[in-house]
Design a protein around this ligand. Structure first.
Ligand code: HEC
Length: 124
């Protein structure tokens, strides 16, 4: 005969492993976004501003759902890493925001941060 407490134990184990399964990817995103926030505040904030609206002429507003952050991650990573200038722009985006110390991981994290802080869902 299986006791009530054993059943409760099994239910708790099942429930917590289900939580682990569902929440781990989200948690990893939170950790990466927190690391990306530090990168943003150290390098990007001077031009893009705390609110992502841009501090200098020509910097895009990150809050628009159909704005620059709706581009693919691949394209954004490339543009952040190598620098980027759209036709007729007031000013180019410097490679790595002008900070050559940034690693590929820093750039992936800062993009996660941009997407979690400014645009919660990709529009396409
Ligand atoms: C010296 C100012 C400056 C700094 C520092 C800077 N940016 Fe930019 N960024 C710009 C400007 C200006 C543009 C718009 C360029 C254009 O459209 O021609 C831009 C564009 C972008 C875009 C849009 C790219 C696209 O494909 O449309 C992203 C994303 C971006 N910046 C992220 C970052 C990140 C992340 C950092 C920090 C690592 C950073 N920027 C640091 C000035 C800056």
């Amino acid at each position: 005969m299986i006791s009530q407490s054993k059943l409760t134990f099994v239910a708790i184990v099942l429930a917590s492993s289900a939580n682990l399964f569902f929440f781990t990817p989200a948690l990893a995103d939170d950790v990466n976004a927190a690391k990306g926030k530090a990168v943003y505040e150290g390098t990007c904030i001077y031009c893009h501003g705390d609110n992502g609206k841009g501090e200098i002429p020509g910097s895009p507003d990150f809050n628009k759902t159909d704005g620059v952050l709706s581009k693919t991650d691949e394209e954004l990573i490339r543009n952040i890493t190598e620098g980027f200038e759209s036709p007729g722009a007031d000013m180019p985006m410097p490679a790595k925001g002008g900070n050559p110390d940034l690693t590929d991981e820093d750039i992936a994290n800062v993009l996660t941060f941009l997407k979690t802080k400014f645009v919660k869902e990709k529009s396409k």
